[in-house]
Each structure stands twice: as structure tokens, then as C-alpha cells.
Design a protein around this ligand. Structure first.
Ligand SMILES: Cc1ncc(COP(=O)(O)O)c(C=O)c1O
Length: 403
């Protein structure tokens, strides 16, 4: 699309051409899957060329270390020291690795979570926690937020773990996580933050937060594609935690092939297990490099502006908005709930305006640094048009779509 005068002055729009789909569609679904950087073609070709030409030698020429090398690039974005970030396939598995470090037979028999937790994380907790562990869930206050104060109050001497979201996936509500971390540490509990909706759009510093573990995917706001989730572990945990879900990559001497107790490494490799999915690591890298170049502070500044514009336009059109009004508490998504929201979202997608829909929330609209203000205006006027002319009625025959 052509850009208006204000948009032409937006320095971040120079990145549009680096993302093919941004010029083919109105790509406002970055909270679900960030646009693919054009450089992924070259990166995956590099993977294939390396495999084809170097074969087995590739392991010694970069592949073995590539997981943590990519982790180190992410470390630079999230304020982590080198060699504290490892890459995993998804958050569910990474949560499983973390849970496998803990002894549930001790006196601590409580795990505190919040009602906005991503369901897959809940399923893993329910599946791996023994039945005598109390899973204490602090419900949301409304459709948008959850009370940090109530989470803090629920953390006590019985608490072993506090796995909570940093940014809620439905509303993009940013939890003020520092008091949660401080209280947990004061009573001897461990905090696992799920920052899937923060990484790449909301600046944070894991060292300043003093959080124990931070998990997030690169596929949304970091434009890194599926199969890439990072796990930051505080340095002291890299020396003491003993994951039961482990493997030879975590061993200090993997190539001795000893069938004996594992001697775990003291760095990010400690949380690895078996052979990594190399193709994903190659695919993940260009997005991470671009986010580092653009800068999360710059992305955040623009995001606050565009999410404010979305809220202003949605409210002017009379639609419910299920995202925080306070920009300091709002992540990169604005959830708009017009009448017939599900059907409207399907029609938007038919018109190549890519968004998604979540039950109990509405249509999630999530502009990124490569989106123009014109696109933000266009999605709200498209919703109005779809409601006015009844185009939403073509989509009333069932809910099948996955986004
Ligand atoms: C907060 C949060 N955690 C985790 C996930 C995904 O989990 P997984 O990586 O296991 O698919 C999502 C996906 O949207 C999410 O929003």
C-alpha cells in the first residue's frame, strides 16, 4: 500500500521491504506469528548448503554451539549475561524441563499461578505436578487484568513455584512482575515468567528483574518463526538446578558416551537435552537480528502510539475494547470486541487484513514496527464496513479456524 505523509516520516517503515508479507497483506497479527523476514530464505539456504557440503563436519563447525549462540543474541536484547539463554522447541516443553528440576516431596506444596495463564502451560503444570501440590490460581479481575497484589498475597512459605505470565495473551495486560518476584524470593519460592507477549515488543531486563527463569517464543514479536523458544536461567540456577528431563547436550563430556550419572554443564547447555532442530535455529536467527537492530525501545515507542490510535478509533466507533487504556500497562495488542466479533474477524481475513480472534476477548489487532498508521486506521474502518453491509453474515456456519 502507498504511505501517507506522516507515515513517510516514520523511520521504522524502512523495514517494510524486509518482510514480504507486509506488502501483500495488512499484517496485523504479530501477536500470533510475526512476519517472516526475507533473510530467512538465505538463512535456510545456508542451512541446506552447510548440510549438503559439510555433512557431519557441520557439528564441529558451528552446529553444536548454535543453540546457545542464538541464545546469546537474545541475551543482548533482554539484559541477560552471555551463556544463560538456551533455545527450545516450545514453551510447553521448556516448562516441562523446568518442572523436572523440582522436588515435590518437600514441605513446599503450593504453586501460585494467575487466571490469564496460557492453557498449554496450565496443562503441563496439571500433568506434571503430583496431586498433593495445591495449584492456587488467582483469577482475573475482569476481562483485562489480574491483581498483582492478590498474586503477591497468595505467595507464602508453602510456595515452591510461581509460574506467571508477564503479559496476558488475551488483553496484552502487562503485569508489574517485580513485586511478585521480590515476594517469591522473600519466602524462598522460584519464579518462572512466561513473556511470550513481551519479547520483542515490551522492553525488559531479566537481570534488573532478578527473575529466576524467563521463557518466551521468538515467533511472535521477534519475527523468528515457529520452533524457537528461549529459556533464560539466572546464573546461580545454572550451577545448581538438576533437570530430570535432560540429555547428552547438557553433559560436560558428551563425546565420552558414558552410561553413568550425567555431569551437567554450568552454562545454558545445562537445560538442553537431545539433538537440536537445526533448521529452526537457522530460521529463527534473522528475526532476532532485526529486532536487535531496530531496538525494542524504538519498537515500544511506536507500538504505544499505534495501540493508542487503535483504542481511540475503536471507541469512537462504539466497540468494546478489552485491553488496558493505560499505555504503561498495555503490551502490543489491542483486543476489540465489536458485535459479531468472530464473524467479523473471518471476513477481515478474507479481505487480507490478518488478525485473530480469542473467545472471551474479541479480535486481537497487533501492529508491529513495520506497520503504518494507515493500516491501523484501515482495520477499524473495515470492521465498520463489514458490520454496516452485513458481510459478517457469510461466516456464521461454525468456528473452525485456528488463528
Ligand atoms: C503466553 C503464551 N505462552 C505460551 C504460548 C505457546 O506455548 P507453546 O510454545 O508451548 O506452543 C503462547 C502462544 O500463543 C502464549 O501466548
Amino acid at each position: 500500500m502507498s504511505l501517507n505523509k506522516l507515515d513517510v516520516n516514520d523511520p521504522l517503515l524502512k523495514w517494510r521491504d524486509a518482510f514480504p508479507i507486509v506488502n501483500e497483506t495488512t499484517y496485523l497479527i504479530n501477536n500470533s506469528l510475526g512476519a517472516m523476514p526475507r533473510a530467512v530464505y538465505d538463512s535456510l539456504r545456508d542451512y541446506a548448503d552447510t548440510w549438503a557440503a559439510r555433512g557431519i563436519r557441520a557439528w564441529g563447525e558451528g552446529w553444536w554451539d548454535m543453540n546457545v549462540a542464538l541464545g546469546n543474541q537474545i541475551a543482548g536484547i533482554i539484559g541477560a549475561p552471555s551463556n544463560t539463554v538456551s533455545m527450545h522447541q516450545n514453551v510447553s516443553l521448556a516448562q516441562g524441563i523446568l518442572l523436572s528440576c523440582f522436588d515435590f516431596d518437600g514441605p513446599r506444596n503450593k504453586v501460585v499461578i494467575e487466571g490469564g495463564i496460557f492453557p498449554s502451560v496450565y496443562y503441563v503444570l496439571r500433568g506434571m505436578l503430583p496431586s498433593h501440590i495445591e495449584l492456587c490460581m488467582i483469577p482475573g479481575d475482569d476481562d483485562i487484568s489480574v491483581s498483582v497484589e492478590r498474586i503477591v498475597d497468595a505467595i507464602d512459605e508453602r510456595t515452591l513455584l510461581v509460574p506467571v505470565s508477564h503479559v496476558l495473551f488475551r488483553s496484552a495486560y502487562i503485569l508489574d512482575v517485580k513485586p511478585i518476584i521480590d515476594k517469591a524470593h522473600a519466602v524462598g519460592a522460584t519464579v518462572i515468567l512466561d513473556g511470550y507477549h513481551a519479547a520483542g515488543i515490551v522492553p525488559f531486563d531479566v537481570t534488573a528483574l532478578n527473575v529466576d527463569f524467563y521463557l518466551a517464543g521468538v515467533l511472535k514479536w521477534m519475527c523468528g518463526g515457529p520452533g524457537g523458544v528461549f529459556l533464560y536461567a539466572r546464573e546461580d540456577h545454572l550451577k545448581t538446578m538438576k533437570p530430570g528431563l535432560t540429555g547428552w547436550m547438557a553433559h560436560q563430556r558428551p563425546f565420552d558416551f558414558e552410561v553413568a550419572d550425567i555431569e551437567l554443564r554450568d552454562d545454558a547447555f545445562r537445560f538442553l537435552n537431545g539433538t537440536p532442530a537445526m533448521a529452526s535455529l537457522y530460521a529463527n536467527r534473522p528475526g532476532v537480528e532485526i529486532i536487535a537492530q531496530v531496538g525494542v525501545e524504538n519498537i515500544r515507542r511506536k507500538s504505544k502510539h499505534q495501540t493508542a490510535l487503535l483504542i481511540e478509533l475503536a471507541e469512537a466507533a462504539g466497540y468494546a475494547v478489552n485491553s488496558p487504556r493505560d499505555p504503561e500497562r498495555r503490551g502490543g495488542t489491542v483486543t476489540v470486541n465489536p458485535p459479531h466479533a468472530y464473524e467479523v474477524s473471518r471476513e477481515l481475513i478474507t479481505r487480507e487484513i490478518l488478525v485473530d480472534y480469542r473467545p472471551q476477548a474479541g479480535i486481537r489487532i497487533s501492529p508491529h514496527f513495520y506497520n503504518s498508521d494507515d493500516e491501523v486506521r484501515m482495520v477499524i474502518s473495515a470492521i465498520q464496513a463489514i458490520l454496516d453491509n452485513g458481510a459478517w453474515e457469510q461466516h456464521t456456519s461454525g468456528r473452525a479456524f485456528v488463528t
